[in-house]
Design a protein around this ligand. Sequence first.
Ligand code: FAD
Ligand code: UDP
Length: 382
Amino acid sequence: MINEEKFDYLIVGAGFAGATLAQCLASGLNKKILLIDKRPHIGGNAYDCFDEAGILIHKYGPHIFHTNCERIFNYLSRFTKWRPYEHKVLAYVDNKLVPIPINLTTLNQLYNLKMTSEDAEAFLESKAQPIEKIKTSADVVISKVGIDLYEKFFRGYTRKQWGLDPSKLDKTVTARVPTRTTNDDRYFNDSFQYMPLDGYTKLFENMLNHPNITIRLNINFKDIQSKIAYKKLVYTGPIDEYFNYCYGKLPYRSLNFVHKTMDMQTYQPVAVVNYPAENVEYTRITEYKYLTGQAHPKTSLTWEFPSAIGDPYYPIPRPENHELYKKYEALGNSTPNTIFIGRLGSYRYYNMDQVVGQALAAYNKILAEEKGISSIPELNAG
Ligand code: FAD
Ligand code: UDP
């Protein structure tokens, strides 16, 4: 039960957005925080736990930390040690396991060639279709690698993942995946690529271990909204839900996660194997021991099956959805003493580092307001 204490902030959602603001406000501005989550755990979608076999798994699918922002990396480094980890992904295409992002090895293996990087550049140039104004997720790929590679690697995967053809999705979605003509087979280009050494949940425990922070789990905001005294609200759940869908529902994509443990050392050669073919229902399989470095005689994996119904995991980037979000954003901006942040609160396809960056910026703004100055140049996390 929550007693009659008065809180400075009620923070809804104990994911990266909520936890970062809670930590900064509690330690930097000595605010009393009530942090709630409707789930039975902290960590939001980054939550990890040991399964029945004793293997550390990610309950909501694979989470790999990567960023180009040193300040965000340094901020999180206060709460965890890191395990250097460069993510590798293979795609099952034409009965072969080949690297994705498409690189020199992919092209040579797929087409039985022995190209150099220069040959590969010329090869892709000959396949690429010029598109004057790149708008959609189909345009991005076709203009770089042509139709054949687009169909093999992107069309089916995207149609499964989003329930939409790539031509109906904003260019930013497939633009997340680069194309290379070198042998670089890392999934991400970022300068910081790590996994939290003891897992994400431990990182969150360290962030939230502060006398000013009270955590209450299994509590839905709707059920306590009117029963609790607080001065300000930070909301990291879906913004349309907060406003009772007054302009209509914002579309989200969901996933069903099927977790399995196999009685073998390893199941697949890398952490993630993508299955772009449309006749395979799932999109990818993740084997956690590669991410965590855990030694165990068995191995645990997750299959991801995209779904229209279920928890809202992905905002769907396309112009009409952005337009609808803008209406909710305007409503949010005119709601006093309330901040909407995070992947769901700001309806943005954000990675973890971007959410932490957004929360640090929100804290910076609060700090500037409270100290009576118009802006503080550096993110000055408490
Ligand atoms: P969330 O983590 O979603 O937290 C929001 C919390 O609010 C949830 O715990 C929810 O239960 C709670 N909540 C919502 N409504 C209410 C309510 N009414 N009352 C109480 N509580 C409520 N990012 C990366 O950087 N690298 C990756 O490899 C990566 N992989 C991903 C894989 C998958 C399958 C998914 C879905 C996401 C992945 N992400 C990855 C993105 C990452 O999960 C998000 O950027 C990040 O977790 C968002 O944090 P958040 O705090 O905004 O939201
Ligand atoms: N994508 C694809 N084939 C792949 C990998 C990615 O078509 O093998 C597309 C797909 O639309 C996916 C998007 O690129 O949703 C972004 O991929 P990412 O791996 O970043 O997705 P996330 O990890 O966020 O689910």
